[in-house]
Design a protein around this ligand. Structure first.
Ligand SMILES: C[C@H](O)[C@H](O)[C@@H](O)C(=O)CO
Ligand SMILES: [Mn+2]
Length: 415
């Protein structure tokens, strides 16, 4: 077990555990990470003057935020040039581009409003994921959308989600890469409700109607994201974990787990294996939640590492859709993207470098002492060198901070 001390080449260290770093680097390069566009402008979008609602909040006032699609694309380009490996672009419906076209409200948006994004993605060989935007809109002022008691409001949002499925199909057809369409609603109440069942029954009915439209299930993967509470919606959340998991199972859609959407001591890493036994696919929003759904930048913390380990150990890299979801407005937004996505990749790399068959065998044979020793030893194995090699092969600089400083000075500060 301690043979690795004899050699100092990182590749040989892992070889001594039976891990082939070449194979690992090839796998890592091909894991698509869906990068959320909304880090670039604090979830503002282009289609509404409304400020951010839905019980979420981007705090901070760091200068240089993107205020147009051109700026956002420029910033995503900068961030992507500093992130190795395969990426997808994750858009929200509120990022529709109208320009000289007539404005279309959310229930009327069409593929044409995303043509520029498709051109952008195709030029860069990127797939696109999508999200209906059921917040920051006058029809969602009371944070009730698909569960609203008002049938007109419900119908507006049902139509919005249907249009989003059609747009997702267009993304998949144009890019040749399937689109993950994630439905998340903010609906809930600040105080203890008198009726918990009614709103959930209406949400269920609305989802049934949305999913009744025909769409190609090999091109569009509909996911449903649950939540525990939102700001100002602390006492009741319509789309709770139990609701979303049950609904996804019944309808054969994919559950989405955002690791900021659980009680602070609940771990998404522990949920993955259970869900993989019952669902063909699973989707994740990775974030760093500090005390609550704070949407901080993903760090290389123990839970991020454990989530990655669970995916890899379950041999589920091709069944789990991995996306980032955070919005930190207190630091350079490009750095936030690069740092968070690289941390997801670092966590995946660590997981891939783990001799998981050996560790499982130790658990099976009840050798918990050796298991603990080996796991702890692996923590100080030289995975940073392997990551540096990954960056070198991908022609991405190890030290990206300098580039970000230059971009901040030359581009962000002139806005
Ligand atoms: C903007 C996103 O859709 C949003 O963050 C959602 O995914 C979420 O996590 C809400 O808390
Ligand atoms: Mn999320």
């Amino acid at each position: 077990m301690f043979r690795r001390k004899k050699n100092n080449q990182p590749r040989l260290v892992y070889a001594s555990y039976g891990v082939d770093t070449e194979q690992v680097l090839n796998i890592l390069r091909d894991i698509p990470i869906s990068v959320h566009c909304w880090q670039g402008d604090d979830v503002t979008g282009f289609d509404q003057p409304q400020s951010l609602s839905g019980g979420i909040q981007a705090t901070g006032n760091y200068p240089g935020k993107a205020t147009s699609y051109e700026e956002l694309m420029q910033d995503i380009d900068k961030a992507f040039s500093l992130i190795p490996g395969r990426k997808k672009l994750n858009l929200h419906a509120s990022y529709a581009i109208f320009e000289d076209r007539e404005f279309a409200d959310r229930d009327q948006i069409k593929p044409v409003h995303f043509k520029k994004w498709v051109e952008y993605a195709k030029k860069r060989n990127l797939g696109i994921d999508f999200n209906p935007t059921l917040f920051s809109h006058s029809m969602a002022d009371d944070n009730l959308t698909l569960s609203s008691p008002n049938p007109e409001v419900r119908q507006f949002w049902i139509n919005h989600c249907k249009q989003c499925i059609r747009i997702s199909e267009y993304f998949a057809e144009e890019t040749g890469i399937p689109c993950v369409l994630n439905i998340w609603i903010p609906d809930g109440y600040k105080n203890t409700p008198a009726d918990r069942l009614g709103p959930r029954a209406r949400f269920k009915e609305s989802l049934d109607e949305i999913l009744s439209i025909p769409y190609d299930k090999t091109k569009v993967y509909v996911t449903l994201e649950s939540k525990v509470f939102g700001i100002g919606l602390e006492s009741y959340t319509v789309g709770s974990s139990e609701f979303c998991l049950s609904y996804a199972k019944e309808k054969g859609i994919t559950p989405l787990l955002d690791n900021g959407h659980y009680h602070p001591t609940e771990l998404v890493s522990d949920k993955i294996s259970s869900l993989l036994l019952f669902h063909q696919n699973l989707a994740l929003h990775l974030t760093h939640s500090v005390r609550w759904d704070s949407d901080h930048v993903v760090l290389l913390d123990e839970e991020t590492m454990e989530i990655a380990r669970e995916i890899v150990r379950s041999d589920a890299l091709n069944r789990v859709f991995i996306a980032t979801d955070y919005f930190d407005a207190s630091i350079n937004r490009i750095a936030a993207w690069v740092l968070g996505v690289r941390n997801v990749q670092k966590a995946l790399l660590c997981a891939l470098l783990e001799p998981s068959a050996k560790l499982k065998a130790l658990q099976e044979s009840g050798n918990f002492t050796k298991l603990m020793v080996m796991k702890e030893e692996l923590k100080t194995a030289p995975f940073g060198d392997i990551f540096a090699e990954f960056l070198r092969r991908e022609q991405v600089p190890l030290d990206y901070y300098k580039e970000i400083e230059t971009y901040e000075r030359e581009v962000l500060m002139t806005r």
